[in-house]
Design a protein around this ligand. Sequence first.
Ligand code: S3P
Length: 434
Amino acid sequence: MMKLMQQSQHGLHGTLAVPGDKSLSHRGLILGAISQGTTELRHFLPAEDCLSTLTALRALGVAIQRQETTVVIEGRGINGLVRPQQPLDMGNAGTATRLLAGLLVGQNFETTLVGDDSLSQRPMERVQEPLMRMGAQVALTAGHLPMRITGQPLHAIDYQMTVASAQAKSALILAALQADGPSKIIEKLPTRDHTERMLQAFGGQITTASDQRTITVSPAKLQGQMITIPGDLSSAAFFITAATIVPGSKLCLTNVGLNPTRTGLLSILERMGGRVTIRQRTQVGEPAGDLEIQSAQLQPIKLTAQDIPAVIDELPLVALLAATADGISEISGAAELRVKETDRIATIVTELRKLGVKITERPDGFVIDGREPWHVQDTQLDSHGDHRIGMMMAIAALRIQEPVTLANASAINISYPTFFEDLQRLQANTEVSK
Ligand code: S3P
């Protein structure tokens, strides 16, 4: 049980470079592994999720050296992986599981993927069904892990996706790289396009039509690359939210990834009256920039299905922002939250209610009345083993006077092992520094 920091008197101040992007770290490892030659990743995220991918790739015969945030991968080419000695333990990592499933269905050996309790409850038919249409052999356990994959020659497909999921899309792209011709994937709604961009950088043949939903990908040999990974906007989001809701704050977050398929939180904050300024835009591979954030009194917001993919991982924070806004916010079309690391609609509602937030659960979202003052009902908060819920509640605690604790705080190591150190440092600063 961890004691959380309480209301700060003077806000959060200073400059922070958040750790590398989780989605890009997974993809850099996987594409590096199946390329020809060496790949070097800089500002890699050494958190539990990405280390699950790294360990799985080593078990598939890939030589990978890591020195803190620099990773060097000796690519084995698309046909060079070897059968692992044991089932691959994917831990808590949904991205790694689904992407590797797409890769392993085309390999000439059998693999079993297993995971922790949370991952073992997450839906896998979303990758099984389209991969089987390509001729893949994928056996699930009542729709979940363990997943047994028997590699097969694959056919190209023309496939209309039924879920808005970058993980499922990426699994199909990795399978399509091993198919007998060009494949076409049509997304339900546009989702993060990191796989498409990075594949292009590695020399892949992939295009996205002007509708932003239709992707064409052909088999191609990939060439190892030097990739510098920007800071993770989904990690920066905790501090963007903290600086917004803790009065008197002013923060600068440097080199944050600003891929437009991920920046939903920034557009939402703009609509809510937040004060976030983007400075020093750069583009070395993915777009990035420095963000300056100041505290603000927010207006309520309404979000529907189209808004969701670009803010999918930040919706716990949207709930928290809405809980401080001057009116009623409504989030709908977000049923995907129910199949994340936890049922995030349920865990957001349970945890915010402990602080007295007026929040109503809906099947596909929630309604929050931010005008109601918070009255702490329960001081024992819980991450429920979900990194993003744990960090969101640690930020929420900065708005209250009562001492509160967080159970299962170690879940935060899944994506942001230095989160509490970084938070403490920004809270200790009393004025804008550096
Ligand atoms: C991710 C895609 C999203 C996101 C997850 C990372 C990725 O999941 O929530 O944290 O790296 O492709 P879905 O594809 O399930 O929406």
